[in-house]
Design a protein around this ligand. Sequence first.
Ligand code: ZN
Length: 253
Amino acid sequence: MTNKSSRRSFIQKASALGLSALPLSALAGTEPVQKKERLKVVCVGGHPDDPESGCGGTLAKFSAAGHDVKVLYLTKGEGGIPGKTANQAAKIRTKEAEEACKVLKVRHEFLGQIDGETMVNNEWIQKMTEFMEQEKPDLVFTQWPIDTHRDHQAASILTIQASLRVKKKFQIYFYEVCAGSQTMTFHPGEYVDISNEQETKRKALFCHVSQDPEGIYACGHEAMEKFRGMEAGVQAAEAFVKLNGRNNPSGIL
Ligand SMILES: [Zn+2]
């Protein structure tokens, strides 16, 4: 069986077995998919640049294969440019995020929270749930909840809470950012080979001019891609923790 037909049969099995039965690497192929095989993928991040740095290679790969990919930014990064007002920073970073998503060939949306003042409460759980109800994703990438940045924590928890409430269930995969300094205690079990998407990811990340993209890579992302690649036996990889066991709703809400 060729890789192409083998992966296709993997995806076809997805509808029968449920996506959670399949390794992420089997879903993230490079060959174009047929319409009926198309997955809806959402990636949630606290700020513009988090989805790009944490799983930009994986998003580019899903998009290039013909899957429908959308990035949801919890905030516009209002607090992220020293010397600029919140409005000025939001305007600059919105433009940068638009450019980055063009490079990755993904759609994007902002949920409307404010950088540095994110909230996890019933109102925002409802808003995240409504977003997911509208998108009806099969897979959702989101930030790992044990992170030094509270906005990253908020993005993560809101995604988990929405997953418990939506009618159409989706599979969550957590991604890491600046491992060791932001994301902590992260032990991945899923890997996506991004050797061919590394350049696209870098280009997307470098759209975030206001965020010192060289610095973002220097904070560990280059090393992370290489190290996760070593673990997966490829040149470069992104790594994920799959959330299991949240399909039983009893007692959760
Ligand atoms: Zn961030």
